[in-house]
Structures are given as structure tokens and as C-alpha cells.
Write a protein that binds this ligand. Structure first.
Ligand SMILES: [Zn+2]
Length: 173
């Protein structure tokens, strides 16, 4: 049986005890952009916040793409979140290759070059990645100035968060 067939079966039991109140309009308080990595899935535990308070936007890296910016704007302006967290982590799979390498590998292994060059948003340094993300989100004219935009790195070995300050903040400190 495939994982999804098992999941479908399990869902029938889940639905039996489902609280219909959970289906009401969500009122998340904070938007979290984080990596697709499963080690970042327990955000409620990592941040000590109720699941219902966290609006989660996930991409590999995480990459702050145009889509993610649009989702953050909707999160703030439609769903009502009032803070933004850009959550990177150590040991990210997206630091293990470059976009060029991945394109070359897929061209070779599939024999089809038509999607290349595809952007995978690979990166080398999570701190630098976080700083660029903060800058990108902070400078967007549709993200309200009063919404705090902060970047943290989750250490997958210790479970600890450390804050990454934007370069301007570091200079001012
Ligand atoms: Zn990752």
C-alpha cells in the first residue's frame, strides 16, 4: 500500500474526531517563512506558539520568491498577521549543490534540457541568505513598515534559534 493510500485510510479516523470549529476562518498572528525540510515542521514546538497562530509559508531554503512576497502580503493584509519571521536552518539541502550543478545533472540524467536553466534557489550561507531575505521583505513597499521582519536560524543539532540581524542594524548597534 502506498503512503498516500495509508494516509487516506487514516484520514477516515481523523475525520471522526474532527472538531468543526477548526474549520472557522483562521486568525493567524505571525507569518513564518521556512524551509520545506521536515525538521522545521514542528513550528509550534520550536516557537512555543499555538498552531492556529502561525501562518506557514514553505519553500526550499526558504527562498523568498515573488510568490512568497505575495503570500506575505496576503498574510498581513488579508489574514491579519502582524509579524514576519524568516526561518532558516543549519544543514539545509539547498546548500549542497549550486543551481548550475543541478541543471547540469538533470540535463544529463533525463536527457532533456528544455526546462534549463531552472532556478532552484540554492545558497551557501544561511546567515547571508537570511540577511538578503530580510532586506527583500523589508524593502517591499506593500509590506507595512510597522510589521516587524526578523530572521532566525534554527540549529538542527541543538534545536536552538539564533537571530540574524540585518546589516544596517548591526552597524547601528
Ligand atoms: Zn532547508
Amino acid at each position: 500500500m502506498s503512503i498516500l493510500d495509508k494516509a487516506l485510510e487514516a484520514n477516515r479516523n481523523y475525520a471522526k474526531n474532527y472538531d468543526p470549529m477548526l474549520g472557522k476562518r483562521p486568525t493567524p498572528k505571525i507569518a513564518v517563512v521556512t524551509c520545506m525540510d521536515p525538521r522545521l515542521s514542528d513550528l509550534s514546538g520550536i516557537l512555543g506558539l499555538p498552531q492556529a497562530d502561525i501562518d506557514v509559508i514553505r519553500t526550499g531554503g526558504p527562498a523568498v520568491t515573488e510568490d512568497v512576497l505575495a503570500e506575505l502580503i496576503v498574510s498581513n493584509r488579508v489574514l491579519g498577521t502582524t509579524e514576519i519571521l524568516l526561518l532558516n536552518h543549519t544543514g539545509c539541502g539547498f546548500t549542497t549543490f549550486t543551481d548550475d550543478e543541478m541543471n547540469a545533472k538533470l540535463r544529463a540524467s533525463t536527457g532533456d534540457a528544455s526546462p534549463a536553466p531552472m532556478r532552484f534557489f540554492s545558497f551557501k550561507d544561511p546567515e547571508e541568505n537570511t540577511r538578503e531575505q530580510i532586506k527583500k521583505v523589508r524593502s517591499h513597499p506593500w509590506i507595512a513598515k510597522e510589521v516587524p521582519v526578523r530572521g532566525f536560524i534554527f540549529d538542527v543539532d541543538t534545536g536552538r534559534l539564533s537571530e540574524v540581524k540585518a546589516l544596517e542594524e548591526e552597524r547601528a548597534a
